[in-house]
Design a protein around this ligand. Structure first.
Ligand code: THU
Length: 132
């Protein structure tokens, strides 16, 4: 049976997680975005010896999608050990490109424990362009 877009999204997040550069925290994260046009863009966390310059997987994925010309995101899948939700900074950055996006949280140790929520639930009253 063919995979549906959400399944492809989860696979992309899990695969990209394996390419994380996380030698300091050892906490690998993969994120994959589904655009309104049906394309998928992935990212992994990229740590740095200076620690503070670390970029989260979600923001790497956003940069990749935007650089390819995509600014409407309908879903994000995030894969990590334990299936944790995006940090506050990433929630805000994700909201710029899809405040109503679905958020799929994958436990990379046991993908059967995947759960789904929404960015609106994770980040109510986000700061948006409406304020400017
Ligand atoms: N990390 C992400 O990639 N996304 C998040 O939403 C939270 C944290 C990364 C940053 C760092 O490389 C590692 O996880 C531990 O904080």
């Amino acid at each position: 049976m063919d995979k549906n877009p959400k399944q492809w999204l989860s696979t992309a997040a899990i695969e990209c997680r394996a390419r994380a550069h996380a030698p300091y925290s050892k906490f690998q994260v993969g994120a994959a975005l589904l655009t309104a046009s049906g394309e998928i863009f992935a990212g992994c966390n990229v740590e740095n010896a200076s620690y503070g310059l670390t970029i989260c997987a979600e923001r790497v994925a956003i940069g990749t999608a935007v650089a390819a010309g995509h600014k409407q995101i309908v879903a994000v899948a995030v894969a990590s050990s334990g299936g944790h939700s995006p940090c506050g900074a990433c929630r805000q950055v994700l909201s710029e490109f899809g405040p109503a996006m679905e958020v799929i949280l994958i436990d990379a140790d046991d993908p059967t424990k995947t759960r789904t929520t929404t960015l609106a639930a994770l980040l109510p009253e986000q700061f948006s362009s409406d304020a400017l």
